[in-house]
Ligand binder design. Structure first.
Ligand SMILES: [Zn+2]
Length: 83
């Protein structure tokens, strides 16, 4: 492998929205349930970080482009928007 920029993009339909009780501006740490798609994604980002990958952005966007859009920043843990 060689060093350079890359982008991972996953567009999915399924159960999502870990810790929906956390509102706009609050931190989502994760529920760590094995079937939680958000936590599976969060773990993937953690593994990349542990492996030395430098990330400038890692987000899960729920209902992208809609009025009810909620965005979870996986680097800071901060949620933007509320369920
Ligand atoms: Zn979870």
């Amino acid at each position: 492998m060689k060093m350079g920029q890359f982008v991972v993009h996953v567009d999915a339909i399924g159960n999502h929205g870990c810790q929906r009780d956390r509102k706009d501006g609050e931190t989502v740490v994760g529920c760590d349930q094995s079937q939680c798609t958000d936590c599976i994604t969060r773990e993937y980002v953690r593994r990349l970080k542990r492996g030395g990958t430098m990330m400038t952005a890692a987000t899960i966007t729920h209902w992208p482009g809609s009025d009810s859009e909620v965005r979870d920043d996986l680097l800071s843990g901060k949620r933007s928007g509320s369920f």
